[in-house]
Each structure stands twice: as structure tokens, then as C-alpha cells.
Design a protein around this ligand. Sequence first.
Ligand SMILES: [Zn+2]
Length: 318
Amino acid sequence: MMIKVGNLVAEAGEKVSGYVSVPETVIKLPVTLINGKRAGKTVLITGGIHNAEYTGIETAIQLAEELIEDEITGCLILIHPVNISGFENRTMSAVAEDGKNLNRLFPGNPSGTVGDKICHFLVTEFLSQTDFYIDLHAGDGYEMLTPYVYYLGAAAPEVVKQSKAMAQKVNVPYMVKSFITTGGAYNYAGSCGIPSILIERGGEARWSEAEVSLYKADVKNVLRYLAVLDGEVKAVATESVDVDDVVYENACVTGCWYPRKKVGEKVKKGEKLGVIKDYFGKTLESCVARFDGVVLYQVSSLCILKDGPMITYGKIKS
Ligand SMILES: [Zn+2]
């Protein structure tokens, strides 16, 4: 069966790469279509919805290069990266033209700003023909994280179940059931009945071949589980532990951030997680753990911004 997104077309048994224009913008998305000889499910893989999350972007780039039509049943659609204008202007999460975070805008708006239009185009042109969705993230340029995977918690029961089964094929220590239903690409996909996961690995605007190779192995394992990629599903070395009651602590003031913990470290209720000081060393805010848990991600830049992220941790489910 033929697959088409924008001006890009791949017949059965064909792999095609090129730029796809987002209507009424100057944005051209780098896209690869890998259409297998045998009919089957369509999987969408996106890197760089956040453009400084290079581990996810490089993973999508390498997968687009490496995977071939002969080993695919159904179809793979890869976007690498989505926020191309942010990438080429080296912003952090923001679309260069409007300063917006794409993962807050879904399902988008065809008459909104550039970011709104990109999201609307992703929904109408890509998600509309997607059976399963894998979204590749990392810590942003100013963040570090421990590898983990989000799966859907607020979608239809069958979609939640399939999403969790996908997440269980990812070799990371923690998994988080997400109850967010709006704004994010994979959350929105879930509300459309598309089993979806979001993987987090790496951060601080860095990437390494070691991380990317782990990341590719994860994606390939999910694709094998979905019977889209040839080969046996591999047992994961680390079975992910569920983390719930996740707290996303934002900073109350702008200043200098001094974290006390490392990502992936356990925290105790009442323990100090970090402090924000002014430029004269005076403490402006202390962050204290509300319960025993594990740090998923935190800001690792000295600069921390009022109302922006500070630290995220959750309870390890026993
Ligand atoms: Zn992200």
C-alpha cells in the first residue's frame, strides 16, 4: 500500500527521504518513509519535538538511515527533527518563530502561529495514519535525567494496555504512567486511540554514540514487539519499575540553582533536594522532598528560571 505525507510518497517496498513543507509556514520537516513490502501497521517515530534533546534526534536520524524496507512489515514514518527551526537557531525547547513549546500545543491550530501550525500538520498529516507512536526525548539543554519511559494512563483501557506493553520492551530502570491528556504529542495521540510511548534518555544538549545505540536498541525492540520490524523481541536487562505520584517542582524565583541530588538517586521525605541562591549567596528558596522517592530529572544549569522546571521525582511503586 502506498504511503503519503505532504509531498513525500513511498510505494510498497520503497524507502523515501526528503523535506515535507508545513502549509503556510517556511518550515520543512526532514522526513523518512520506510514502506515494507508486506502490509501491516504504521508506526510514527519523532525526534526533536524539543530541539535541544539531541539523543532522541540523533537516534531518529540513525534509525532513518539504517532501517530498510526489506525488514519492515507495514510502514515507518520518521521525523528527524520536528522542531527544525528551533534546531537551526539552537534554542532550547522553543520554536524559533514564536517561542512556543510544541509539546504544549497539540492538537495545534491551522490559523495560529508557526508552532500551532506544525502541531496541526502533525495531527492531520501524520497521526491520522498512525497505528502506534514512539516519541524520542531527552533532558533539555539545561536538564539531566535518568533514563525512563512514559506510557499512557488516561486513554481507553486497551490503548493503555498496549502502551504499557510497548513501554515494557524499553530497557530503562523506570516507567511513568502519564495522566496528562492535553498539549503533548503522545498524550494527544493517546486520546485519538493510538498506543504511544515517550522515551527519555540523555540531556544537557549532549549526545553520545553509547546512548544512541541503547536508544536505537529500545526503539527496535518496540518495533519487533509490534511486528513491524523483523526479528525476535529481546528480553530487557532491566525491568522498569513503575514510578507514580510524580511531582514536577517548579522554581518560585529566578536565580542560581544548587542541586543536592543526582538524577536516579533515591530521596527521603524531608530531605533537602537543592537550593536557589541569589548572586550574593543568599538562599532564596529551598526544595525539600515531600515523600520518599527517586529523582527522574532536574535542572543542571546554574541558571534556574521562575515558574520553570526545577526537579521532578516520584514514588517507587512496590
Ligand atoms: Zn522533551
